[in-house]
Design a protein around this ligand. Structure first.
Ligand SMILES: [Zn+2]
Length: 609
């Protein structure tokens, strides 16, 4: 079932045929020792790749890297960026015209380095991976980039041929919404579109819950009630869906999809997806299909297959996307998705404390298994936050890696990792965005090593206590079924856990007290644990009294709330520091803190300490 997620090929036969495979000296003692060749017919993304390579190498080495556009006579000491005549002349063994849109090669031969790939994004990714893997550059967040300094830079016998594990990669967290950050970290979804000159995105026309945008009930229900669900014997559009077996509606949908695609020539995928509720149609014709197929995914797929077949002649390169979500999650018994259909299977019911192949997620895994058998183009919509409470500690940190590996193992081709998209401040948001981007590129990477790398790179000396905090809460959540719509703080966030967590965050703040930028990052991330304190303050005070324990933060709830407000307000002009909404429902910082304007009265007979 699984195929290698990365092509990392040593071109052995070619290797034998090549007499010399020298290293390349990029810079020595702060002086550039090679130049960059931009091909004469370079595309805009390839031009950007060459320019960014030059600028970043300048910063890394302190040298000055020249870009030559007439490099046909190049013989040695050049970095060839992108496909074209120079690449073909110096690396004739590599046929870049056959490369996929995101596939690339990094190769040193005869004192030259080739960084090139397919169109539109391959060459950009070649340069990004060169800077990341060979030079140590990291794009942690849109405003936190690590560019190391090496006055002397030499590259050894580099020979990498690579492409991403998934064709569609969406780490959907506000911390990663910046188009350039996405391009650097290999995300390619269209939410916050990556401009064409930076390689562009995989573009949907309509993204989710598109039934009513395509067939609006306010326009059509009065004249065509039979196009909408029959629920409890009555046609309705409220909390309902479409009557998918209605032949007239099917042809109307075909027409709407054609119109919609004509307006969006750049769209790679059109979404025909159910509303965000149940209310599927129970009419005899829909029911007959669903009964035969073992559930409502039957009438859904029959409908989507029909539309996909009808639009294919005019739009042969467009995928028609639908959901396997909630009432349609279970795959049909007989029907199979047509060749131009994408099914997006949604994991919304799962236990996110454990991987998707854990026994507690057996029902989902059974559906994933079956869909993977019948759907050659399976995508997954996965969930990586508590949508009812973005801020509270949400210990799925160590399931993100295993989950992406499970999806890869089952042949999933695209992954939408839905996270907190309401602005900064969500639990470990920056870590998750970066980690998910790395994993969606290559799920076989060691996720624990990636997490440590991020924590140390982004939080500096505070990284170690923060890692201990992640371990602590994750361990305490063992055995708890962690949904993605929890809201209330879970029982494991009791006094004992929070006191230990609080001390670790205080250590973290202390560790970077003299580094204002790092301290700001730590303080923002500390808000998660402080949120949990405020939320359950009185019961936590009670636990503390009962255990005769030391209260690890200020005694006044109002003081803690005021500090929370100050940190959440952030630094003017630094948007990443200002906390956004606290959940998917749009709870604001003010609304949350309004509950803590005064201190509660406490029992006098039992002091907290
Ligand atoms: Zn029906």
């Amino acid at each position: 079932m699984s195929t290698p997620s990365l092509i990392v090929v040593l071109l052995a036969s070619v290797l034998l045929a090549e007499p010399v495979r020298a290293d390349i000296v990029i810079s020595q003692n702060g002086k550039a020792r090679c130049f960059i060749v931009q091909q004469s017919d370079a595309t805009k993304p390839e031009i950007h790749a060459a320019q960014e390579l030059a600028t970043t190498l300048d910063q890394i080495t302190g040298g000055r890297f020249e870009i030559q556009t007439n490099g046909a006579n190049t013989a040695k000491h050049a970095i060839i960026v992108g496909p074209g005549s120079t690449a073909a002349k110096l690396f004739p063994e590599i046929d870049l015209t056959k490369f996929g849109p995101e596939e690339f090669v990094m190769r040193v031969k005869d004192g030259n380095l080739l960084l090139a790939g397919g169109c539109p994004r391959g060459t950009l990714y070649a340069v990004n991976h060169f800077l990341q893997e060979q030079c140590g550059v990291r794009w942690w967040t849109p405003v936190a980039t690590n560019i190391p300094h090496h006055s002397t830079l030499r590259v050894g016998n580099l020979d990498m041929h690579e492409k991403p594990a998934f064709e569609y990669r969406a780490p959907y967290w506000s911390a990663g919404f910046d188009p350039l950050w996405k391009m650097h970290n290999g995300a390619n979804d269209e939410n916050n579109l990556i401009p064409a000159e930076f390689g562009g995105s995989v573009t949907y026309q309509g993204f989710c819950h598109t039934f009513y945008p395509l067939v609006p009930p306010d326009k059509y229900f009065a004249a065509h009630p039979e196009w909408y669900s029959l629920v409890n014997g009555k046609r309705t559009h409220e909390g309902a869906q479409l009557c998918l077996s209605n032949p007239e509606l099917r042809d109307f949908m075909v027409q709407r999809v054609r119109e919609s695609l004509r307006e969006a020539p750049e769209a790679a995928i059109i979404s025909i997806t159910q509303n965000d509720c149940d209310g599927h149609c129970e009419c005899p014709n829909c029911k007959a299909i669903d009964d035969a197929e073992g559930g409502p995914s039957g009438s859904m797929l029959a409908f989507v297959n029909y539309v996909a077949e009808k639009i294919e002649p005019e739009f042969p390169n467009v995928w028609v996307d639908t959901f396997a979500y909630q009432y349609t999650r279970k795959p049909p018994k007989i029907l199979k998705p047509r060749r131009n259909v994408i099914v997006r299977l949604c994991s919304i019911e799962c236990n996110f404390r454990e991987p998707l192949d854990h026994p507690s997620n057996a029902a989902f895994l059974a559906d994933l298994t079956r869909w993977s058998q019948i759907c050659p183009h399976l995508y997954v919509w996965d969930y990586t936050t508590d949508f009812a409470n973005y801020i509270n500690p949400y210990p799925d940190w160590f399931t993100l890696g295993p989950n992406v590996r499970v999806l890869r193992k089952y042949g999933v081709k695209g992954v939408f990792e839905e996270g907190a998209y309401g602005g900064p401040g969500a639990d470990m948001a920056e870590l998750r965005a970066w980690l998910l981007a790395q994993l969606l590129w290559n799920p076989q990477q060691d996720d624990h090593a990636l997490i440590n790398e991020f924590l140390e790179g982004y939080y500096g000396k505070a990284g170690k206590p923060i890692r201990q905090y992640l371990d602590l809460v994750y361990e305490k959540a063992k055995g708890f079924y962690l949904p993605c719509g929890l809201g209330e703080p879970p029982p494991y966030l009791n006094f004992q856990t929070l006191a230990a967590a609080e001390r670790l965050w205080q250590q973290a703040e202390k560790a970077v007290a003299k580094e204002p930028e790092l301290l700001e990052r730590v303080r923002l991330s500390h808000l998660s644990v402080r949120h949990a304190w405020l939320y359950n303050w009185e019961s936590l005070r009670g636990e503390c009294r009962k255990q005769n324990a030391v209260w690890p933060l200020p005694e006044s709830r109002k003081a803690v709330a005021d500090e929370w407000r100050t940190v959440a307000a952030g630094i003017p002009s630094e948007d990443w520091t200002k906390v956004g909404t606290l959940n998917e429902g749009g709870v604001t910082v003010d609304a949350f803190l309004a509950n803590f304007a005064t201190d509660p009265t406490e029992p006098k007979h039992a002091p907290a300490q």
